[in-house]
Design a protein around this ligand. Structure first.
Ligand SMILES: NC(=O)c1ccc[n+]([C@@H]2O[C@H](COP(=O)([O-])OP(=O)(O)OC[C@H]3O[C@@H](n4cnc5c(N)ncnc54)[C@H](O)[C@@H]3O)[C@@H](O)[C@H]2O)c1
Ligand SMILES: O=CCCC(=O)O
Length: 495
């Protein structure tokens, strides 16, 4: 087994052991759950496994706080958001260690995620004073029309484990900028990063009841149901699997909740023969193995034009063979472990299916029991046929399937042959190819000649069963507002 690593924190107070409701740290609970280091299995923290009644308490607190928070100016909310950005930046190393410890990703990726997460607070500090309406020329003589963007109200936020910090700030930053209050339910595998963000909100002076974190391991579905059915909650924003998104959507019907869903992906990464090959290989590595393949926008299938597939595969595999896999907090480790041993099952199933259908193994990879049950060394397969399961379903792990293609028409057809449409990537030096292929791909985001496109300025979101709504960018804040149209009638003729 990998040696356990207990990180040393400069600010130990970032590591919390309680939920955060109405500005108070709540530890009392009838039950508890353990947060473990996925690499070593060591228990990191014991947290309250709260009863569903606390969701109502948190909703009530958020509802009460909304009454005054919605009246604050955008400029005031910008001050809180900027302060949170500054605190996160100041504590990036500590927050990154905590994140890597509970999630398993390497420290470099952990600190990178904290900077990415903080950038949403900075971005929304800049958006908050500019949540403006419009004036519209009325079609009726004597009428005037203007709109305001008003905060939607209390928002329920449900987040996954793969980005324990950034998925929260991308939602909460936009919500707070608009003047909404939030009740957040993090994944029980990675709640410490969420609690650290509550600490940051507290230190930044965010008023009690505006940012609440509830904790559950056992009652997660009931927590979700409560957030969806409560008439006091006006919006639910969820990042996670398409399957859970469908449950939440059904549950939200009774209150006709406003919803934003960031769901599963199955990203194609297409390399044309005229691409800069070195660049395409490097970017494909970064894209495929970000979070060891556990990112909703990771390339799930690499389509490489036939004339260059052998060269591409050799160059790609050489880089994979240089990965240093180990405890994410250990120096020199490039890639950590998966979130839990179950996550390996789909990787193995997709690899087996592709090999049975004729794929060739280039890098065997496989489980690393000598390190621990959550470790898996990447598998690279080439000549994967288009009828393999990996082309249709998200693997969400370190399996790289390289598929040959001949023409742009063929690859676009294959790329679109899936129920989901989050991100797609293409590599080419030809501007005609970049335009026509990116226009034809059925995804919410297309990344050309770069493998990591995510940043606060990009409207992040999908089409088809990858969900709806956009996060980040100027559009992110719009999703937390409703448009109020005011009409003034009976005015005299214009002077
Ligand atoms: N589109 C995006 O931006 C994005 C980002 C990250 C992850 N994802 C997707 O998320 C999936 C992986 O994450 P996951 O396995 O944690 O997904 P998941 O849907 O199982 O869990 C996501 C969150 O929902 C909670 N949850 C589970 N069942 C619930 C229920 N019935 N009611 C309320 N909450 C419930 C979980 O505790 C967790 O906090 C992948 O499909 C990935 O593509 C998408
Ligand atoms: O996993 C989903 C989020 C990834 C990102 O924001 O780039």
């Amino acid at each position: 087994m990998v040696e356990s690593v207990r990180p040393k924190f400069t600010r130990q107070e970032l590591v919390k052991d309680a939920a955060y409701i109405n500005g108070k740290w709540v530890k009392e609970s009838n039950a508890t759950f353990e947060v473990t280091d996925p690499a070593s299995g060591e228990v990191i923290a014991t947290l309250p496994d709260q009863d569903v009644s606390v969701v109502d308490e948190a909703i009530d607190a958020a509802h009460e706080a909304f009454g005054s928070f919605k009246k604050t100016t955008g400029r005031q909310r910008a001050v809180w958001l900027r302060k949170m950005y500054e605190l996160m930046t100041e504590h990036a190393e500590d927050l990154g260690k905590l994140l890597s410890w509970e999630n398993g990703k390497s420290l470099a990726e952990g600190v990178g995620e904290i900077k990415y997460a903080a950038s949403f607070y900075e971005w929304y500090a800049e958006e908050a004073p500019r949540v403006n309406g419009t004036t519209i020329n009325s079609a009726v003589p004597g009428n005037r029309v203007f709109t305001q963007r008003q905060p939607v109200g209390v928002c329920g936020i449900i987040c996954p484990w793969n980005f324990p910090s950034a998925m929260i700030t991308r939602k909460a930053g936009a919500a707070l900028a608009a003047g909404c209050t939030v009740v957040l339910k993090p994944d029980s595998q990675t709640p410490l990063s969420a609690l650290a963000l509550a600490h940051v909100a507290e230190k930044a002076g965010v008023p009690p009841g505006v940012f609440n974190v509830v904790l559950s391991h056992t009652h997660t579905p009931e927590f979700g149901l409560r957030l969806c059915e409560s008439p006091k909650v006006k919006k639910v924003s969820f990042t996670g699997s398409t399957a859970v998104g469908k449950i939440l959507m059904k549950q939200s019907a009774s209150t006709l909740k406003k919803l934003s869903f960031e769901l599963g992906g199955n990203a194609p990464l297409i390399v044309f023969e005229d691409a800069d090959l070195d660049k395409a290989v490097n970017e494909a590595i970064a894209c495929k193995f970000r979070g060891l393949g556990q990112t909703c926008v990771c390339a799930n299938r690499l389509y490489v034009q036939k004339s260059i597939i052998d060269k591409f595969t050799t160059m790609f595999s050489e880089k994979v063979n240089k990965f240093v896999i180990g405890h994410g907090l250990k120096e020199g480790v490039t890639h950590g472990c998966l979130i839990n041993p179950d996550a390996i099952k789909k990787v193995e199933a997709h690899a087996k299916d592709a090999i049975e259908k004729g794929a060739k193994v280039v890098v065997k990879g496989g489980r690393l029991p000598e390190l621990g049950p959550s470790f898996y060394s990447p598998t690279v397969l080439t000549n994967v046929p288009q009828n393999a399961d990996v082309t249709k379903q998200e693997t969400f792990g370190p399996l790289c399937a390289i598929i040959p293609f001949e023409t742009a028409e063929e690859v676009v057809k294959w790329a679109n042959d899936t129920d989901v449409g989050l991100a797609a990537y293409l590599f080419s030096k030809n501007v005609d190819t970049i335009y026509t292929v990116s226009e034809a791909l059925e995804t919410g985001m297309v990344s050309c000649n770069t493998g990591v496109f995510s940043e606060c300025a990009v409207p992040f979101g999908g089409v088809k069963e990858s969900g709806f709504g956009r996060e980040g960018s100027l559009h992110g804040v719009e999703d937390y507002t409703v448009i109020k149209a005011t009409v003034i009638g009976g005015l005299p003729e214009r002077l």
